[in-house]
Design a protein around this ligand. Structure first.
Ligand SMILES: [Zn+2]
Length: 242
């Protein structure tokens, strides 16, 4: 639930708790099975790939409301999730709006996965190699010291990355990294550019229905890939997911 970001018109990453619970229940009703991001990735390595009905839930930034509202819902429904956390200060964001050491340790103790999301949430695509190491490797080190355990997953702030950013994430020892949106197949070769789906709160719009249906997802993925290709051709860059 990043703070108020709206990637596409009418699409927000923020959800009311009641809508979040509704989404999870609706996915469960439709036969989707929730797995940790580690298990989602491991299933993708199996011959034949993972089931189309496996879902990994993720949150970005480390907002306090994740602990207050999302954790009890996840607990109740037995759903694992990954929380990508910024380990330093975020410009313009008060510390009390974000999870501190206590909340993060509680998350981990509740079986949730804590991932890294840099030290200060910069646009990584604009940083030098030294600054990339500091933001990406530094965040991993901060969280590992705080949690006394390994941090294996990363999410690019704002979904922005390029080859140098990806190389740094690999160099720093992460197992996988998430972009922001898209309906990619998330095959093993894309583990450092994982796509994520965003649903509208009640999951009732045409795009939601497309994403929930295997054939619809396939069509959506094809459309997204074509759009990304056109964008790359127009802009002349390979950076970024948006
Ligand atoms: Zn973020």
């Amino acid at each position: 639930m990043p703070g108020g970001s709206v990637p596409l018109e009418g699409w927000s990453y923020n959800l009311e708790p009641v809508d979040f619970a509704h989404q999870l229940e609706k996915l469960q009703e439709r036969g989707f099975r929730f797995v940790s991001l580690a298990n989602y990735l491991a299933a993708g390595e199996l011959p034949g790939g993972r089931s189309r009905k496996q879902v990994a839930v993720t949150f970005d930034d480390g907002w306090l409301d994740n602990h207050r509202y999302a954790l009890p819902i996840l607990d109740r429904l037995g759903v694992p999730a990954t929380f990508f956390v910024v380990s330093g200060e975020m410009a313009g964001v008060k510390a009390e709006r974000r999870m501190g050491a206590g909340e993060l340790r509680e998350m981990r103790a509740a079986g949730m996965d804590i991932g890294a999301h840099t030290r200060s949430h910069p646009n990584l695509a604009s940083l030098s190699e030294a600054r990339l190491d500091e933001e990406i490797g530094g965040c991993k080190a901060d969280l590992e010291a705080l949690l006394s355990g390994e941090v294996r997953h990363f999410a690019y702030p704002g979904g922005r990355f390029n080859g140098a950013v990806q190389a740094c994430v690999r160099r720093q020892g992460f197992a996988a990294a998430c972009g922001v949106v898209g309906a990619g197949a998330n095959r093993p070769e894309a583990r450092f550019a994982l796509s994520r789906d965003v649903f509208t709160p009640r999951m009732e719009r045409p795009r939601d229905r497309l994403l929930l249906h295997p054939v619809g997802r396939w069509l959506w993925r094809r459309g997204s890939a074509l759009k990304a290709m056109r964008k790359r051709t127009e802009v002349g860059t390979t950076g970024g997911m948006l």
